[in-house]
Design a protein around this ligand. Structure first.
Ligand SMILES: NC(=O)c1ccc[n+]([C@@H]2O[C@H](COP(=O)([O-])OP(=O)(O)OC[C@H]3O[C@@H](n4cnc5c(N)ncnc54)[C@H](OP(=O)(O)O)[C@@H]3O)[C@@H](O)[C@H]2O)c1
Length: 292
């Protein structure tokens, strides 16, 4: 099939484009500033802002659309809001897909959108999911936990922000994550385009390990001691620094730390995958295996 990958030059997009090309699909990657260097030669690139009008001519001629457009969730948005990027991109891509006869629409949401935590990112993702569900398209929604792998933003962010020896973390970093490797996730996204049994499904996707934030940070830093900051102190700090655009911590980031980002039932099994067969973060970092 011919697939348009919006955000196809991003971290998850590049991995997905590789899988789609390997499986014999035609692939067009769209982003504002596409750089074909990290993509297989067979991928066509198109430069466009998918939050703007006139997407019809870009979407036309494709059988499937995958929406991977992102405003990174771990940074404080500066000039653009999560709604303006995530929701607008989804609304316009869905409308253009309906108009031009696209059949399958794959939407990347995020684990935790229905956790009861109110952040601008989760709100925009929930609104986006609604547009997709209410469309005439054959849709599949994925809600992954944090995704790691070559070119991810998460590991370098931790390396940059966290001091090497002593790591102060709100609540001691007790909230849990379920990191999934990008090259384990990408084939599942491709399956969503290809197999009819996935239509109308919303999948919560996680990796094989449930790691606390403290364990995750310690793994990435290769050691160090975690010093707990009381949650009440972190809440006040988050409120105070919230308006400062260059500090990557604020009220939304604090809220995310109050609840686990893990699956109830890991839906990787819907793709014939056993969770324990997936790559661990520790293996990816080539560090020692973590025993939990
Ligand atoms: N990475 C994770 O841990 C994770 C976890 C859960 C869910 N997700 C979701 O998975 C999806 C992909 O994430 P990712 O980590 O691959 O993001 P990413 O690396 O930041 O890639 C985002 C892509 O979107 C493009 N883009 C951004 N704004 C655009 C616009 N207005 N018009 C056209 N293209 C635009 C970017 O290219 P340009 O900047 O050149 O436009 C880039 O290709 C997102 O929906 C994200 O919320 C990611």
């Amino acid at each position: 099939m011919d697939v348009l990958v919006a955000g196809g030059t991003g971290f998850i997009g590049r991995a997905l484009c590789r899988v789609l090309i390997d499986r014999g699909h035609g692939v067009t990657a769209v982003s504002r500033t596409p750089d074909a260097d990290d993509l297989p030669g067979a991928v066509e690139t198109v430069a466009a802002d998918v939050t703007g009008p006139n997407l019809g001519s870009i979407v036309d001629g494709h059988d499937g659309v995958v929406n991977l457009v992102a405003l990174p969730s771990h940074v404080q948005p500066r000039d653009r809001s999560h709604d303006a990027v995530h929701f607008e991109a989804t609304r316009r891509l869905v409308a253009a897909s309906e108009r031009t006869g696209v059949e399958r629409f794959v939407q990347l949401s995020g684990l935790g959108v229905e956790s009861g935590i109110e952040t601008a990112y989760f709100r925009a993702k929930r609104r986006s999911e609604r547009v997709v569900r209410e469309s005439d398209l054959e849709w599949v929604i994925y809600r992954p936990s944090v995704v790691f792998g070559d070119g991810c933003a998460f590991v370098p962010f931790v390396e940059r922000m966290v001091p090497p020896l002593v790591t102060p973390l709100p609540g001691g970093g007790r909230m849990a994550l379920q990191p999934i490797w990008v090259d384990d996730l990408a084939p599942m996204l491709a399956d969503g385009l290809e197999a009819d049994r996935h239509v109308g499904q919303c999948y919560e996707i996680g990796g094989p390990e449930r790691l606390t934030l403290a364990e995750t940070v310690t793994l990435i830093r290769g050691g160090g001691v975690v010093v707990p900051i009381p949650m009440s102190v972190a809440a006040v700090a988050a409120m105070l620094v919230d308006p400062v655009p260059w500090i990557p911590f604020g009220r939304d980031q604090y809220r995310v730390l109050t609840v686990d980002n893990t699956t109830a039932d890991n839906d990787v099994t819907a793709f014939g995958v056993a969770p324990e067969s997936l790559r661990t973060l520790s293996a990816s970092l080539e560090g020692p295996e973590v025993s939990l």
